[in-house]
Unconditional design. Structure first.
Ligand code: FVH
Length: 298
């Protein structure tokens, strides 16, 4: 009986660190032929046993397939692999480059231009997942993509194998910008959580008891970003205010005194409080904290 099989797009992976290996594993498991290259060959051994074809040079890996996925440490390593000696003289015309290496927006745009000059199509990606989330859809991990919409649509099915896909525009820098925006917010959250744990550090309070309270509170407060967005769009920072800036600034000495009493440095909180005070001094007491955003933008 004839089998109804559609050949899946073969993929080349450049970079087999923790993330590159996790990505490659999902393509193999989904039945995609996978060609891999890594600067340190030993790191390819695991995927080789799972069916990947390991090649000796980046140039061989690029020549093997049309769809090339890069997941390297940083933009400098991408430079070394793509623009450096490994690929010198390799014809990239007709190649589809998908770069999942964390970059700045400017680096992503420069890379897109670099690819265009060589006749390659380019998509940039920002991974919103850690390696254990790759290939596990219920974890909610996904990747931001930006650059050529045609290229994204052509490969969307293949790119959806390791994680969800969210396309954010033709500007190649937008995936990186979204990635860095979300991760920056994450670091702000981590900073707040670090201060909270520091406050109880010397007390007879189990950090494991505080953790669920903290997590629930952060989740409860997270929807506030929708009101911020609404205020930014309308330009009316008094819209829907529940806790005015004036009231919140009045509360800041309590936070700073508590930190002092607990022997905790205020260095994570103080910069934000300083911006709040500046905003109040400008006469924004009846507003939300949204004006802080405008103070940050040069
Ligand atoms: N792992 C994570 O939690 C995060 C989650 C969000 C996205 N990031 C980004 O993903 C990129 C790769 O991260 P990774 O976790 O795979 O990183 P490593 O395990 O450290 O592997 C790095 C790979 O890059 C290769 N490499 C480094 N420098 C060079 C170079 N000069 N020339 C060629 N390859 C280079 C390295 O090769 P080797 O050390 O094994 O020879 C690995 O393949 C990254 O942008 C994260 O920000 C991950």
């Amino acid at each position: 009986m004839a089998q109804n099989t559609v050949e899946k797009t073969p993929v080349t992976m450049l970079g087999l660190g923790a993330m590159g290996t996790a990505l490659g594993r999902t393509w193999l498991a989904a039945g995609h032929a996978l060609t891999v290259w890594n600067r340190t060959p030993a790191r390819a051994a695991a995927l080789a046993t799972e069916g990947a074809k390991v090649v000796d040079t980046a140039a061989e890996a690029v020549a093997a397939n049309t769809l090339i996925v890069l997941c390297l440490l940083d933009d400098t390593s991408v430079d070394e692999v793509l623009a450096g000696t490994d690929l010198a003289g390799t014809d990239l015309a007709g190649t589809d480059l998908v770069n999942l290496t964390t970059s700045t927006p400017a680096q992503a745009r420069a890379r897109a231009e670099w690819a265009r000059e060589r006749g390659a199509r380019y998509l940039d990606g920002g991974i919103m997942a850690v390696p254990p989330m790759i290939g596990v859809p219920e974890t909610g991990g996904y990747v931001f993509y930006s650059g050529s919409r045609n290229l994204f649509e052509r490969h969307q099915e293949t790119l959806s194998v390791p994680a969800g896909t969210t396309y954010v525009g033709e500007d190649a820098g937008f995936a990186a910008l979204h990635d860095v925006a979300l991760l920056s917010a994450m670091y702000g959250m981590f900073a707040g959580a670090a201060h909270a744990f520091a406050l109880i550090r010397k007390e007879d309070i189990d950090p494991a008891a505080l953790a669920p309270l903290l997590a629930d509170w952060l989740v409860a407060m997270a929807p506030a970003v929708h009101q911020t967005a609404d205020q930014l769009r309308s330009g009316d920072y008094t819209k829907g205010v529940v806790s005015s800036l004036a009231m919140q600034v009045a509360g800041t000495p309590t936070f700073l005194s508590t930190a002092e009493q607990q022997g905790v440095s205020p260095e994570l909180l103080s910069p934000y409080f300083e911006l709040m005070r500046r905003l109040l001094a400008e006469g924004s007491g009846e507003e939300d904290l949204t004006g802080v955003i405008d103070l940050l933008v040069n």
